[in-house]
Design a protein around this ligand. Structure first.
Ligand SMILES: *[C@@H]1O[C@H](CO)[C@@H](O)[C@H](O)[C@H]1NC(C)=O
Ligand SMILES: *[C@@H]1O[C@H](CO)[C@@H](O)[C@H](O)[C@H]1NC(C)=O
Ligand SMILES: *[C@@H]1O[C@H](CO)[C@@H](O)[C@H](O)[C@H]1NC(C)=O
Ligand SMILES: *[C@@H]1O[C@H](CO)[C@@H](O)[C@H](O)[C@H]1NC(C)=O
Ligand SMILES: *[C@@H]1O[C@H](CO)[C@@H](O)[C@H](O)[C@H]1NC(C)=O
Ligand SMILES: *[C@@H]1O[C@H](CO)[C@@H](O)[C@H](O)[C@H]1NC(C)=O
Length: 311
C-alpha cells in the first residue's frame, strides 16, 4: 500500500491526534476566512487530485469539452498557468484545460496526455499541492514526452475545483528539446531554421482554422496570406513564458479553442490578440498580480502578507 493511501481509520486517528496537539488550528480557520472552507481528509484530497488527472487524460478529456456544466470545475473557477495567464469561469477553463489537448491528429506543441504519475503531493483543509509528470504524445513532433506540471488546487464543498494555479516546470527546456528534435530532423544548420520551420507549420494551421471558423463578424484577417504574413513576420515566435503574450505560440494555444466558440476565441488568434495574446503586463505586474480570491495557505495562516489575494 502506498504511503498516501491511509486506511480511513488511521487517517481519522491522525487527524484526531493533530487536533489534540494543535487545538488552536480549528478556530483560526473561522476567523480568517470570509466564507467557511470545507475540510477534506488527506485521503479525500488525494482522490480528488487523482480524479482531476484521470479526467485530463485523452480520450477521457473529450467528455469535459461537451455539455453545459463541469463535473470538475466550479462555475466561477479562477485559474492561472504561469506560461500563459489567468482564466476565469468553467466554460473557458474546460476549453482550455481539456479542449486544448483533445485531438491527437491536430498540429500542436505537446499533443495529448496519455499517462501521468504524481510524484509529490501534500494537502490540508481543501487545498492540494502536487507535482505530476504527464506523458504527452506529441505526434506533431513524433515523440512521447514527459511534461512536469506543478499544481495547487483548491476544492469547493462539492469537490469541484474553485481555484487552481499551475506551473509548467522546465518548459523552456521542453521547448528547446522539441526545436532541437526538429533541427535534427530537417538537418538545420542553426536553431533559427528550426524556429522558422515550426513557425511555418503553426501559422498554416492557425490560418486554416481562421479560414474555416472565423467568418463574418468573427473574421480577423483579410485573407490567408495576410494571416500567414502577420503570424510569421509581424508577431514574434515567443519564448517559453510567452504563451499568453503577443506571440505566435500564444495564438497556437488559442487556435485549439476556436472551434468551440468562434465568437469568443477568433480575436485571440487575430492581430489584436483579443485581450489574451497581448503584452499587457510587464514582469513585475505578472509576478505581483493580485488575482486569487481565496488564500492558498491552509488553516488561515499568512493572510496578513499574502500579496496574491485579490481583496
Ligand atoms: C445545455 O443547456 C440548455 C439550456 O439550459 C439545454 O437545452 C441543453 O440540452 C444543454 N445541453 C447539454 C449538452 O447538456
Ligand atoms: C472574486 O472577487 C471579485 C471581487 O470581489 C468578484 O467580483 C468575483 O466574482 C470573485 N470571484 C470568485 C470566483 O469568487
Ligand atoms: C501517438 O499518436 C499517434 C498519432 O495519433 C498514434 O499513431 C500513436 O499510436 C500514439 N502513441 C501512443 C503511445 O499513444
Ligand atoms: C506512469 O504510470 C503509468 C501507469 O499508471 C505508466 O504507464 C507510465 O509509463 C508511467 N510513466 C509516465 C512518465 O507517465
Ligand atoms: C538529412 O540528412 C540525411 C543524411 O545526410 C538525409 O538522408 C536526409 O534526407 C536529410 N533530410 C532532410 C529533410 O533534408
Ligand atoms: C511595470 O509597469 C508598471 C505600471 O506601468 C510600472 O510602474 C513598473 O515600473 C513597470 N515595471 C517594470 C519592471 O517594468
Amino acid at each position: 500500500m502506498s504511503m498516501h493511501m491511509l486506511p480511513p481509520l488511521r487517517a481519522v486517528v491522525l487527524i484526531t491526534l493533530f487536533s489534540c496537539l494543535f487545538p488552536f488550528v480549528a478556530s483560526t480557520t473561522d476567523t480568517f476566512n470570509k466564507i467557511p472552507k470545507p475540510t477534506f481528509s488527506f485521503d479525500q484530497l488525494w482522490k480528488l487530485e487523482k480524479n482531476f488527472w484521470d479526467s485530463f487524460l485523452y480520450p477521457t478529456n473529450l467528455e469535459q469539452t461537451q455539455g453545459n456544466s463541469s463535473t470538475i470545475f466550479a462555475p466561477d473557477v479562477q485559474g492561472r498557468v504561469d506560461i500563459t495567464r489567468t482564466f476565469d469561469g468553467d466554460e473557458l477553463n474546460r476549453e482550455y484545460i481539456f479542449g486544448l489537448f483533445a485531438d491527437p491528429d491536430h498540429v500542436s506543441l505537446v499533443g495529448v496526455p496519455i499517462a501521468y504519475n504524481i510524484t509529490q503531493f501534500t494537502a490540508n483543509d481543501n487545498i492540494a499541492s502536487a507535482t505530476t509528470v504527464v506523458t504527452f504524445n506529441a505526434s506533431t513532433f513524433g515523440v512521447l514526452i514527459p511534461v512536469t506540471i506543478d499544481t495547487w488546487i483548491e476544492f469547493n464543498p462539492d469537490g469541484k475545483i474553485a481555484q487552481y494555479d499551475a506551473v509548467f516546470r522546465w518548459f523552456d527546456y521542453l521547448l528547446d528539446f522539441l526545436l532541437q528534435g526538429v533541427a535534427t530532423k530537417i538537418n538545420a544548420t542553426s536553431p533559427d531554421l528550426a524556429v522558422s520551420y515550426v513557425s511555418d507549420v503553426l501559422a498554416k494551421t492557425i490560418c486554416a482554422t481562421h479560414e474555416q471558423h472565423c467568418t463574418g463578424s468573427n473574421q480577423q484577417y483579410t485573407d490567408t496570406a495576410a494571416c500567414y504574413d502577420f503570424l510569421t513576420k509581424t508577431t514574434r515566435f515567443g519564448k517559453g513564458y510567452e504563451l499568453g503574450r503577443n506571440t505566435l505560440l500564444c495564438r497556437e494555444v488559442h487556435e485549439h479553442m476556436v472551434q468551440y466558440r468562434p465568437d469568443v476565441h477568433c480575436p485571440h488568434i487575430g492581430p489584436s490578440g483579443g485581450g489574451y495574446c497581448v503584452d499587457d503586463m510587464n514582469y513585475s505586474q505578472t509576478v505581483l498580480q493580485r488575482y486569487f480570491n481565496d488564500s492558498w495557505i491552509a488553516f488561515g495562516y499568512g493572510n496578513d502578507q499574502n500579496i496574491w489575494l485579490a481583496n
